[in-house]
Design a binder for this molecule. Structure first.
Ligand code: IFG
Length: 525
């Protein structure tokens, strides 16, 4: 123990002397006003700023990892080292000075399984949580108390102060998601990882991958090999296709898990199935493969509800997907089945829904599945635009919780304004305030706080091809959805949020996030 400590401290000392001599390192001062614990996004449950208590990171600072906190401590180190150039060794014993201490298991019980306590004083930083996930979310807050330059990939010779104060925080809802449609356009594992690293900053904990649709099939299914090799060739507008081997999918899942994000895979059905039916003739009622489609119409496809092979196909897909998905949920689609009769739709899900439990998973899917018999453990995803829905209210009354993703509030592919070059507008124009100023617990009659699992921001990719495109549509609206999922409703109001959001812009600039500079916000950078 002593040897490790002394080597680490020695290392810090040597590098520290060098860094201290670095040109241009101004004297430390209290954190500038734009960076206080009261500026955090999402807004915390409790935050008391103490600017005079700012902590200055130095080349001698160490990161103390209490038992079980090593992974998050190493992640934090990885975040801080590129821009500071400091050693920031992770040490098992708290040296009691110039330390960022991560403490697992000694937090106030109120913080639950994802919350944390963060205390920043002149002498050190203490982050406490009851789980690694809580420590991880606390690190996301800690990042925002440092200058935006902290996200630079090269050493910045400057002082590094962490704004002083204390935070006690925990989420309102457990499900705080982003959906990426990788079917209309394919995104490589590297592109998905980039998005993962952008959304974790705002305490998103779920990534829903829309893996199949009319225009393409994106996941290898070993028992139906041509689904990916052929069904993966196409994409919207005839753009290049692609697919994840099961190994690549598992790589995405593992990367997400290292950022405390759970992947929810979705196979859309009984509609949105043209790619599968163009690949396997036997999936069509007449035994003839349909032509591939790369236009962006919806509602024209349907699996063959009366054919037994359809259910072997669906079972094989669910079985293989469940085997490579550690998360509890599998998405079984259900939207826009305009070419499936109501009777057939019900008959389809009466056969399919039990298959999810058979392979040890829980059901999610678009809210239309609430018309069919579901276990109360199923979590349908609401995507309509508000107003009464008898099937949804009845399911809520039976005990189902809903993921709230109203298209006219949470759909990131909706244009901001008529001038937005990307996206669609069938659910209306969704500016930054529209995406923020709503309450998921009052949006649909009969779906109250206890019936809301959380929120999710879908990004459909008919018109989205690059990470730049993703960033332009997701920022600044995704942080707003994340705040709706995390912060107390009473802590949320547009006038306060737009001020805090404005202060996030310098971070996005440093991170190279190509965000939409909405005129609704007085951007700070
Ligand atoms: N609705 C379709 C999506 C996508 C979307 C684009 C759902 C659940 C329109 N279904 O939203 O496939 O095309 O905004």
């Amino acid at each position: 123990m002593r040897k490790t400590l002394s080597r680490a401290v020695l290392g810090a000392t040597v590098l520290g002397l060098a860094a201290m001599a670095a040109p241009g390192s101004a004297a430390a001062g209290p954190a500038p006003s734009e960076r206080q614990v009261t500026d955090l996004v999402p807004a915390p449950v409790q935050a008391i700023a103490d600017p005079a208590a700012s902590f200055r990171l130095t080349p001698f600072t160490v990161i103390h990892a209490g038992r079980g906190a090593g992974d998050v401590a190493t992640y934090l180190r990885g975040l801080l080292r590129p821009a500071t150039g400091y050693p920031l060794p992770v040490v098992p014993v708290n040296p009691g000075r110039s330390t960022i201490s991560l403490d697992l298991g000694h937090a106030d019980p109120r913080v639950g399984s994802e919350g944390y306590q963060l205390d920043v004083t002149k002498s050190g930083v203490r982050l406490r949580a009851n789980t690694s996930a809580g420590l991880f979310e606390g690190v996301q807050s800690l990042r925002q108390l440092l200058p935006s330059a902290i996200d630079a990939k090269t050493v910045q010779h400057r002082t590094w102060t962490i704004a002083g104060g204390s935070v006690l925080d925990y989420p309102r809802f457990g499900h705080r998601g982003a959906m990426l449609d990788v079917a209309r356009h394919f995104f490589t594992p590297a592109q998905v990882k980039t998005y993962i690293d952008q959304i974790v900053q705002y305490k998103i904990n779920t990534l829903h991958l829309h893996l199949s649709d009319d225009q393409g099939w994106r996941i290898e299914i070993k028992s139906w090999p041509r689904l990916a090799t052929e069904g993966g060739k196409t994409a919207a507008y005839g753009d290049p296709g692609g697919y994840y081997t099961q190994a690549e999918y598992q790589e995405i899942v593992a990367y997400a898990a290292s950022r405390h994000i759970t992947v929810v895979p979705e196979i859309d059905m009984p509609g949105h199935t043209n790619a599968a039916q163009a690949t396997y003739a036997e999936l069509n009622c007449d035994g003839v493969a349909v032509p591939p489609r790369t236009d962006i119409e919806v509602g024209y496809s349907s699996l063959c509800i009366g054919s037994p092979i359809t259910y072997r196909f669906v079972e094989d897909v669910i079985r293989e997907l469940a085997a490579i998905t550690p998360g509890k949920y599998i998405g079984i689609g259900g939207d826009e089945a305009h070419s499936t009769s109501a009777e057939d739709y019900r008959a389809f899900y009466e056969k399919v829904s039990p298959l999810v439990a058979k392979y040890g998973k829980l059901i999610t899917g678009w809210h239309e599945i609430a018309k069919t018999p579901l276990p109360t453990s199923a979590v349908p995803q609401y995507w309509d635009q508000g107003g009464p829905n008898a099937d949804v209210a009845a399911a809520a009354a039976r005990g189902n919780k809903f993921i709230m993703s109203p298209a006219n509030r949470a759909y990131l592919d909706m244009k901001y304004t008529a001038e937005t070059p990307l996206g669609q507008s069938w659910a209306g124009l969704v500016e930054v305030r529209d995406a923020y100023d709503w309450d998921p617990a009052t949006f649909v009659p009969g779906v109250g706080e206890q019936s809301v699992a959380g929120v999710e921001a879908p990004l459909w990719t008919e018109t989205i091809r690059t990470n730049d495109n993703i960033e332009y549509m997701a920022f600044p609206r995704l942080p707003g959805i994340a705040e709706i999922g995390w912060s107390p409703q009473e802590a949320r109001n547009w006038d306060g949020y737009r001020e805090r959001l404005a202060k996030q812009a310098p971070r996005w600039v440093v991170q190279g996030i190509d965000f939409y500079r909405s005129p609704q916000v007085d951007w700070r950078g």
